[in-house]
Each structure stands twice: as C-alpha cells, then as structure tokens.
Write a protein that binds this ligand. Structure first.
Ligand code: NG1
Ligand code: MG
Length: 530
C-alpha cells in the first residue's frame, strides 16, 4: 500500500468513468468560484472521501476491526496561501463554502499556538479547525515552537450528506488536516500519520469517535474495501469481494432522519463510548485476578473491551491454558458477558463503583468528567454483548470473503460461470454474507439501541424485495442504511422504497435524487491532491 498521499493530476485517477464528466464540471466550478471569491487562483485542492461501513458498527472505539469502504462522495478544499501577513502572533483563515446559504463564510485570526474550538456551538468550521489543530501540532513537533503557520484562503465543496452516516465529518477533518500540511510546505504526507492525526483531532468537535472513518477516508485504495485494525496499532489492508452470480451491489439508502451526533452525544454516541469502557472495567474487576490493571490504549477513555479481551486470555494462557482462535475467544466473551453482566435493566453509578472498588466521585473523575453523559443507568450487558458479537461477525464476514476468493481461484481466475448449480451456489453464499449484515442490524436495534424506526422500515422493505442483508451504516439513530442486493433485484428494492417510504415524505427534488446511491461493489477511492 502506498504510504504517502498521492498527488493526482487527473480526475480519472479518482472517480469512476461514468462520473468523470460531472466531477470535472464540479471541480471547474469550484476553481472558478475560488477565483471570484478571493481574486487569486487556488494553489491546490485537497480531497477526502466519505465512506460506507460494510460491517463492524460501533466497535472501532472499543478497538475491534472493521470493514468500511470509501465512496465517491467527498470533501474538496481548494486552497491558496498568498495572504498578506496579519498582526503579530496570529495567522488568518478565510473559509467559505460553495453552499454559502447553509454554511456561511468565516474569517478567523488565530494565535500561532492555540486553535480555539467550542464544541458546544454547532458550527461548520469547527471541523476545519479540528483538522487545523491536529496538523499544527504535527508541524510544531517537526519544526519546533518557532513555527509560524501560513495564512490560508479556502473554498469547500462537500458532497457527503451531513448527518447521514456516510462520514461527512471525517472527510472534512481529513481533507482539512491534509490542506494545512500541504499549505505549510509538507511535500510527502504519510497516510498513517495523517489518519492518526485526523482521528484524534475530530474528537475536539465533541464526538469521542473511533478511527474507522478517517482510516477509510485516507487509507482506502481504488477498487477495494478496507479491513482496518486498531490494535496493537492502526493498520489497514485492501479487501476484494469475489465475483458472484448474480453480481452483488451495495445500495445506500437515506432515511432522511438527521442524526445530529454532536448535539445528542451525551445520550447517544458518547454515552455508548463511556458504557463500553465501563463494561471493560467491570468485566476486568469481576473476571480477572484482583489488582489486574487494563493496559492504557488508544480508545477515547484509554481502556477498552478489546484491552479486557487481550488481558483476560493472556492471563489464562499464563496459567497454562491453550491459545484459542480469536473467534472462539469472542464466542466465549459473549457467553461470559451474559453470565457476568446479568442486569439488563442497567447498572447505577453506585453499583459500578462498588464493584470497581472506588467511590462514585472517583468513577466520575475516571470516566464521565472528560466525556459528559446523561444517564441514570448504564446498560453494560447490552453494550458488551453487541461489541463482542459484532467483532465476531466482522471476522466471520472476512472468512466468508476469503472462502469466496479461494473458490474463485479453484474455478480458474475470475470467471463467473452461469450453470444452474453455480448460480445456486453463489446465491447461498450471498445469503450467508447477507445474514451477517442482518444480524448486525438486529444487534444495533436491540442491544446497542442505535437504530430508529425509519431505518428498520427501510431494511424490512429491502429484504422483502430481495436484499440479502440490510442494516444501518455509521453511527445510526437516523442517517443511512446499506443493503447487499443482487443486481437483478436492485429495481425491485428501489421501487419498494419509493412506494412505501420516500413517496410518503415531503422531499425536495435534490433529496429525491440523492435518496438512493448505488455503490458498485468494491468501488473505493483514496485521498488525492491536485
Ligand atoms: P458516522 O456516524 O458515520 O460519523 C461514527 C463514528 C465512527 C464509528 C461509527 C459507528 C465519527 C467521526 N465516526 O460514524 O468512528 O464509531 O459512528 O460504527 O463520529
Ligand atoms: Mg461523522
């Protein structure tokens, strides 16, 4: 995998052939508008795509592996650096958006050493500032405290729907961090360093997310999905889907329920992050020998269910137990969770503090001070159950893809045969892939409580019309859903949604056009600079 961000001179290297004409005109418009707004040409454009997550939902911040893929929709930032120097000790950022009415232009004078972000204010430029802050930290480490950031003029064009589960935020943060690095003279930007920087930076906006989105945005390669692992360190490898007959496609369907993750964080996303770390601490206290400390890791609160998992089996092995395959370990953890965390009604602060042997104040200092949440009870049973079972499903999904590839090689390279027997074979295979996606949806709905009735309806409609597997994608509570649909059922699925769902909403023409996106299996595009 190329380790530095590629410099792309032609849009053919980024977009699929059928999108070239419209993308070329979009880029040209962006550059023309840039000149009109700032009276100078853009020096470069940084690009970072959105993503759809295929499987592995809400487990990245527990440091379990996930399988997303980059999509065509992206964030573009056209940039120039030719601004006159500002008053002492500050640099200037002028930032505008092609959708001026939704995202008004801003101008900031920023002190060299402090990028101020207020996560309590819902402000589109916070995402730019998050990338800026992270990039400046990296530059300061490299050049020392005397480093003087360049002033920048920026025009943004984003096509990833906001609040839609396709990761508009990570695309924006990653593209921003890249833009700042390039503007400040970096020639070779290391992809992994950029990803790590974007992961940590985005948390400044108020959502304590994992690293899936930034990884998918920066590390994806054209033509493949991406298997991302977070422990012991961030690593990713491209994944191909075997050809099947009928051919499989991923349909992405909007629910048009906008989930504003920053606003709902204390009762939704951030609460889940806290619950997962609390579950790790609780399981550690009950199942590991007294005094066992979980290792500090890269998860938002520094201890994770994955950390508990590793520690638990390492201790067993030290006591002479045989090493078990990870899939067996995860199955065992599902059983242990059911037995150990046996209160489906949830746990109060007092109950958890008592088991951990700390006071409620100490519990607060360790878990909920930095990530404020609103809850009387923490649903440790359901959350841990989801995380362990979902981590297992990701591995089962990967094993199925490998099985499919092995079969393809046996049958002679890449040819899909069309005999009745092989068609039956692949439809059974497709159904097994789809079943895992359906199980993910059930777990997200029932155990993790991150679906919503509208997404459930879209999934039911799709399955009834021929989808093998349907589920929410991204954080949930609204946003997008993803569906594994054989090519010959795509029209039927779309018609069902139109008839039973979209026609009942009051949608604009623009929304109607964007309601369903067809992501051809395995299409993915990396980050690039013009
Ligand atoms: P979305 O909702 O697409 O932004 C979020 C997190 C991911 C991951 C998923 C759930 C951010 C930036 N990303 O994705 O890290 O946890 O939810 O799997 O918040
Ligand atoms: Mg997001």
């Amino acid at each position: 995998m190329a380790s530095t961000v590629p410099v792309v001179r032609s849009l053919e290297a980024i977009y699929p052939p059928d999108a070239l004409a419209s993308q070329t005109s979009r880029w040209n418009k962006l550059l023309t508008k840039f000149e009109a707004a700032y009276g100078t040409n853009a020096e470069f454009v940084s690009r970072s795509p959105g993503r759809v997550n295929i499987i592995g939902e809400h487990i990245d911040y527990s440091l379990y592996s996930v399988l997303p893929m980059a999509i065509e929709a992206d964030a573009l930032l056209a940039v120039s650096t030719g601004l006159a120097p500002t008053q002492d000790g500050t640099f200037k950022i002028k930032i505008a958006n092609v959708q001026e009415s939704k995202f008004p232009s801003r101008e900031f004078d920023i002190p060299y050493d402090a990028v101020d972000i207020d996560p309590t204010v819902h402000e589109w430029t916070n995402y730019f500032k998050a990338g800026l802050r992270g990039a400046l930290e990296l530059l300061r480490k490299k050049h020392g405290d005397g480093f003087r950031p360049k002033s920048m003029q920026i025009l943004m064009d984003g096509t990833v729907p906001a609040g839609g589960g396709l990761s508009s935020s990570a695309a924006f943060v990653s593209a921003s961090a890249l833009a700042v690095l390039i503007a400040n003279g970096e020639k070779e930007v290391d992809k992994t360093a950029l990803t790590e920087l974007a992961i940590v930076s985005e948390r400044a906006v108020g959502v304590n997310s994992g690293g899936m989105d930034q990884s998918a945005s920066v590390l994806s390669e054209r033509g493949s999905a991406l298997f991302v692992t977070f422990s012991p360190r961030l690593a990713a490898r491209p994944v191909q889907f075997p050809p099947t007959n009928p051919e499989l496609t991923f349909l992405i369907a909007q629910s048009f329920v906008t989930a504003d993750k920053v606003v709902t964080a204390p009762i939704h996303y951030n609460l889940r992050v806290v619950e997962c770390s609390l579950a790790a601490a609780y399981l550690n206290a009950v199942l590991n020998p007294p005094g066992t400390e979980l290792p500090a890791d890269a998860s938002p609160l520094g201890i994770s269910l994955h950390g508990f998992h590793e520690t638990y089996f390492a201790l067993q092995e030290r006591n002479g137990a045989a090493r078990k395959p990870v899939t067996d370990q995860l199955a065992e953890l599902v059983a242990l969770t059911t037995k150990t965390l046996d209160k489906p009604q949830g746990y109060t602060r007092e109950e958890i503090a008592q088991v951990l042997g700390v006071t409620v104040d100490e519990l607060h200092a360790r878990f909920t001070q930095r990530i404020p949440v609103r809850a009387e009870r923490f649903k440790l049973h359901q959350r841990a159950l989801h995380v362990f079972s979902e981590a297992l499903r990701v591995l089962q999904f990967m094993a199925l893809l490998e099985e499919g590839q092995a079969k393809q090689q046996q049958n002679g390279n890449g040819e899909t045969t069309t005999t009745d027997a092989s068609a039956k074979d692949t439809s059974e295979y497709n159904a097994r892939l789809g079943a895992l996606l359906n199980e993910t949806q059930a777990s997200c709905r029932d155990a993790y409580e991150c679906s919503c009735p509208e997404i459930d309806v879209l999934c039911d409609l799709a399955r009834a019309a021929g989808s093998y597997g349907s589920r929410l994608t991204g954080a949930g509570w609204g946003g997008c859903s993803v569906h594994l649909v054989p090519a010959d059922r795509v029209d039927a699925v779309k018609a069902a949604w139109e008839r039973e769902y979209y026609s009942k909403l009051d949608l604009t023409e623009e929304q109607k056009a964007a309601a369903v996106v067809w992501a051809v299996l395995g299409t993915g595009y990396g980050l690039s600079i013009n």
